[in-house]
Design a protein around this ligand. Structure first.
Ligand code: DCP
Ligand code: CA
Ligand code: CA
Length: 368
């Protein structure tokens, strides 16, 4: 059973944005909405050389998928009004960051890709799956309202089942797998649905008569070890049986937070850099406060026009979350960095040696 220390059954969400890059292109140009849309990574060798990054669902009906050559996509979409747009990573990144920040302001989050993340609904739902469903539904509505994007969410007692569930109904899906339904949900599915089962593993399993997750769950683990090695065999055996204890790798379990920006123009003026960096410092500070974290070390990062990366840091006597100390330290360190290096192209700030104040307080209570 997936119990957490205070006795709650875990409720873990996995969110994945639908046809992400192509959907962003639709949001920015609504005229595309009813046409096949293909996001392309052009290699530049010829006008058509390169691969498909992703495509909207309209284009997928014609067999267009991530990774196929652009010329093949064009062939399959011949005679349609398909639109081919070049991939614009920075644009998608901006959407991703806003969505992930919003999710982090509500839940403990482990981001696992540009368009996907696990989030922990256990505490807010009190382990009640109807409440968890309502919370997830609010997340979907929020992203649609703020960014115009749909996503698919799965909720389950652990990460591996939540991830399978988010992929179960797409686009715009919400799939709830209650603790008692885990096996009946998993068993009919193909082994290919288990995260980590790629074409190679899938082939080995099929050659040995394993097609469904039920088949995988009942396959003797020693034989599985012989086929796939110990580590993968244990993981797959447990996953197929709906078992996964893996905690979320959340930001509070990491030891540092940072923000980095590209300056409007290369400069060696520390006050100018500080002015441009100030919103990022405020953002970093808000994150610390929201997560009950204090820092002991502040660093500034400078990237020169030749793209070499440099940093200078300062460690305080005691941990704090004071904004003025953060900002003043950044200013002092930027003066040092620019006097030593000259002009910078990008600049950032990082806090580390983080201390969780909530843990710290309860430790204090414990000891007094
Ligand atoms: N991506 C890419 N090349 C790939 C796979 C993905 O450039 N071979 C990019 C484009 C996708 C984004 O990563 O939009 C997210 O990948 P997903 O696998 O989540 O696919 P999509 O979001 O496009 O589609 P889906 O609706 O199936 O999640
Ligand atoms: Ca996606
Ligand atoms: Ca994804």
């Amino acid at each position: 059973m997936e119990l957490v220390p205070d006795g709650l059954l875990r409720a873990i969400g996995h969110l994945d944005l639908d046809y992400f890059f192509a959907q962003v292109e639709e949001v920015e140009n609504p005229a595309l909405k009813h046409l096949p849309v293909v996001v392309c990574v052009y290699s530049g060798r010829t006008d058509e050389s390169g691969v498909v990054s992703t495509a909207n669902y309209r284009a997928r009906e014609f067999g267009v998928r991530s990774g196929i050559p652009i010329y093949l996509a064009k062939l399959r979409l011949k005679g349609t009004e398909a639109v081919f747009v070049p991939m614009n990573q920075a644009k998608y990144q901006a959407y991703s960051e806003r969505i992930m920040d919003s999710l982090r302001s509500q839940f403990e989050v482990e981001q696992t890709g540009i368009d996907e993340a696990f989030f922990d609904l256990t505490r807010k739902s009190g382990g009640d799956y109807s409440k968890a469903e309502e919370l997830a539904s609010q997340v979907k509505t929020g992203i649609l309202k703020e960014e115009g994007l749909t996503c698919s969410i799965g909720i389950a007692p652990n990460k591996v089942v939540a991830k399978i569930a988010s992929d179960f109904k797409k686009p715009d899906g919400l799939t709830i797998v209650r603790p008692g339904d885990v096996l009946s949900f998993l068993f009919p599915l193909s082994v290919d649905k288990v995260p980590g089962v790629g074409p190679k593993t899938s082939k080995v399993l099929r050659e040995n008569g394993v097609e469904s997750i039920q088949g995988l769950a009942g396959y003797p683990i020693e034989s599985l070890e012989g086929l796939l090695g110990r580590k993968l065999a244990i993981y797959l055996h447990n996953a197929a049986n709906g078992q996964d204890d893996e905690p979320l790798a959340t930001e509070t379990s990491v030891s540092q937070l940072s923000r980095i920006i590209t300056l409007k123009a290369d400069t060696s003026n520390p006050m100018e850099i500080l002015t441009q960096l100030s919103p990022s410092i405020q953002d970093l500070h808000e994150k610390l406060v929201a997560k009950d974290l204090f820092f002991r070390t502040v660093a500034v990062i400078g990237i020169r026009p030749d793209l070499s990366i440099h940093s200078r840091s300062r460690t305080l006597e005691t941990a704090t979350n004071d904004y003025n100390i953060l900002s003043r330290s950044a200013k002092d360190l930027l003066s040092i960095l620019t006097s030593e290096l000259g002009g910078l192209r990008r600049a950032g700030v990082r806090v580390s040696d983080l201390v969780d104040i909530v843990d710290q307080q309860s430790l204090g209570e414990f000891m007094s």
